[in-house]
Write a new protein. Structure first.
Length: 445
């Protein structure tokens, strides 16, 4: 693949495109995955967890926006942590970010495969999911402007779909359904439900990874982050309330009452309680619902490509991964590598575990980024900051506290995925660090 030695990316993104990316990265979390936290937390447990996680994200996003505006680089949290604490913490943060963006897309790909399988039963879910990786990797290869325009287009459709879903279901809402078996495992269920509350918002930090491709990042990154998180909080509240309020939380978790098998499709299950699966509107909303999954899948592939690109550019991964394509000016090699890893992860067949591992990476990223925020405020007070996060230091301290409690809770309630995550984090960090030392030794000699 022909490449160039000038490791720079094209600047072409404005605030509307950034809103499309920010909402698009996340919006699949409204369509599937979050309902898997209901058996552990119940409607009240998941609602309380989501309230605190939403608060964390609102406060975190503005701190992250300050960092992104001050240092508009493709590595995002990796670059911030490296500048604040040095290469060791930077590598650890970059590895966590890489894990998040590598394992979230396969989980979404499973859901895409399951949706298509409903319409084309002859096609296996795994085959459809692998094909999705191929198609959207190629789309991202063609250029960030084309990728962002496509993301904006499908994100708008996905938002409209959620608003229509709420409009159809809210008239059938019974407040009593929101309190049915509200805490099946008591208040400990709040902590057990945390990964699935995170899934509602996971990925919005990917806006920072396209800061290097943003026109006037000091202004537009803030607009992109701010408008995205506002949209997502509103959609989260609407989707949760309208889904659970139709027939209780168990109706959107278990396709067959009395059987333990869970579903990745809470919205179709809620609709089926109102109109039945043969209704035209049910099929229409189910079809349009694919846009939400595709928006996040495509957007996270885009963000993951930038993370891998930055790790390659800094020498933590092979250098060719940090070189953009000579004509397309996209991180082509990085996108191809991520696609291969994603397809391999699909073979696990574990949606819930993939979601949890991605959430471990995300929470590690948030903690390290907030620590970097505080460190750089003290270490580099003169750093040019086109935007200053409001509420310093209180709001950022609240976000950091919630993130730390979330990480501890996730390890307690998810020990097996937690150990897998720690093994990957340690292996990746050691390998990245060893490559850095080898590169430094070669340069000195």
């Amino acid at each position: 693949m022909k490449q160039m030695t000038d490791a720079t990316l094209e600047r072409s993104l404005g605030p509307l495109m950034l809103w499309g990316l920010g909402v698009g990265y996340v919006i699949s979390g409204m369509y599937f995955g979050w309902n898997l936290g209901l058996p552990a937390g119940g409607s009240l447990g998941l609602a309380v967890a989501t309230l605190f996680i939403a608060l964390m994200y609102v406060f975190f996003v503005f701190a992250y926006a300050e960092l992104a505006c001050a240092m508009p680089q493709a590595g995002g949290a990796f670059d911030y942590a490296q500048r604040a604490f040095g290469s060791g913490v930077g590598i650890l943060t970059g590895t966590a970010q890489w894990i998040e963006f590598l394992f979230a897309p396969p989980a979404i790909a499973f859901a895409i495969g399951a949706y298509f399988h409903e319409f084309f039963p002859a096609l296996p879910v795994l085959t459809i999911a692998a094909a999705a990786f191929l198609v959207f990797t190629v789309l991202n290869l063609l250029g960030v402007r084309a990728a962002a325009r496509f993301e904006l287009f499908i994100t708008v459709f996905a938002v409209i779909e959620l608003l229509i879903f709420a409009g159809v279901t809210l008239p059938h809402l019974d407040p009593a359904n929101l309190t049915l078996n509200a805490l099946p495992h008591g208040w400990t269920g709040v902590f057990a439900a945390i990964p699935f509350a995170i899934w509602f918002f996971l990925g919005i930090e990917g806006v920072a990874n396209v800061a290097e491709e943003t026109v006037d990042p000091g202004r537009n990154i803030l607009l992109g982050f701010g408008s995205s998180i506002a949209t997502l909080v509103i959609l989260c509240a609407l989707t949760f309330t309208s889904s659970v309020g139709v027939a209780g939380w168990e109706a959107i978790v278990y396709p067959v009452q009395g059987l333990p098998e869970t579903s990745d499709s809470p919205l179709p299950l809620a609709l089926s309680k109102i109109m039945g699966k043969d209704h035209l509107l049910y099929h229409l909303l189910l079809t349009v619902g694919l846009f939400g999954l595709i928006a996040s899948f495509h957007g996270l592939i885009l963000a993951a490509g930038r993370v891998t690109f930055e790790l390659g550019r800094k020498g933590h991964l092979p250098r060719f991964l940090g070189l953009p394509h000579s004509r397309l000016k996209t991180p082509a090699s990085a996108l191809v590598l991520n696609g291969i890893i994603g397809i391999v992860a699909l073979l696990s067949g574990k949606t819930s575990e993939l979601i949890t591992i991605a959430c471990f990476g995300a929470i590690t990223l948030y903690i390290n980024s907030l620590a970097s925020f505080f460190r750089l405020r003290k270490k580099e007070p003169a750093l040019h900051r086109p935007f200053l996060a409001p509420g310093y230091p209180l709001t950022q301290a609240v976000a950091l506290g919630i993130a730390i409690i979330s990480l501890i809770s996730m390890f307690y309630f998810n020990p097996k995925p937690g150990m897998i995550y720690l093994a990957m984090l340690a292996t990746g960090s050691i390998w990245f660090y060893s490559r850095t030392r080898i590169s430094a030794t070669k340069e000195e000699s």
